[in-house]
Ligand binder design. Sequence first.
Ligand code: AP5
Length: 210
Amino acid sequence: MKLIIVAAPGAGKGTQAEIISKHFGIPTISTGAILRHNIKEGTELGKIAQNYINDGKLVPDDIMIDIVRKRLTEDDCKNGFILDGFPRTLNQAEALDKSDINIDKVLTIEVEEEKIVERLSGRLECSSCGSSFHKIYRTPKVDGVCDNCGGSLRTRKDDQPDVIRDRLETYHKQTAPLKDFYEKKGILCVAEGKESIEDTTAEVLKALEN
Ligand code: AP5
């Protein structure tokens, strides 16, 4: 299964990608996580990316295309992968089209904007392994501590209200048109985002089976 997830910020791409990655036994490639890792490590890429991310803007296409192209040649992608957060522009989608990779399905998760703001405002991220939690919807077993690695939980810098607004605007202008692009190719699957993570997974698996 070679799968792309295209959905608004906070729609649950990362959460569902983590679950279905285990379900299908294929890796998730999150371009957001790759960029955040580089910011944490203080790499050249991280230095370039952080200004775009903190402003709710997209990192330039040529940088992102290069990152994903290299990552997809790694061994663990041979039997499939989930792309979470790439492509995000028509340019990126066209670059992927021109490569040898045949994408099987593109999943979108529909969630109301009001819900998205609530989810992002309450999200907590592990400062060590990047796992995602929520103050209400996915609480850690111990307050402020990551269930997976024991790292400390914090709010992502781009989850501030003004940046959330900018990210949503960027999504509507630059990324949402990709749904049409993939619908025309006949590979778009639509899942309705539900109140709980488990119910959303059921919708996602149903959408992918069709
Ligand atoms: P990225 O990390 O991809 O951020 P995003 O697209 O804004 O998505 P999020 O990670 O915020 O949300 P999500 O949909 O994964 O939701 P989550 O599962 O965490 O990218 C960050 C930045 O990097 C971009 O803004 C851009 O600058 C740059 N970038 C990345 N890729 C790029 C590219 N290809 N080109 C250019 N720039 C790029 O869920 C959110 C919260 O809700 C969590 O707390 C979760 O626990 C909770 N939740 C999830 N599902 C449910 C549910 N069903 N019910 C209740 N709560 C739920």
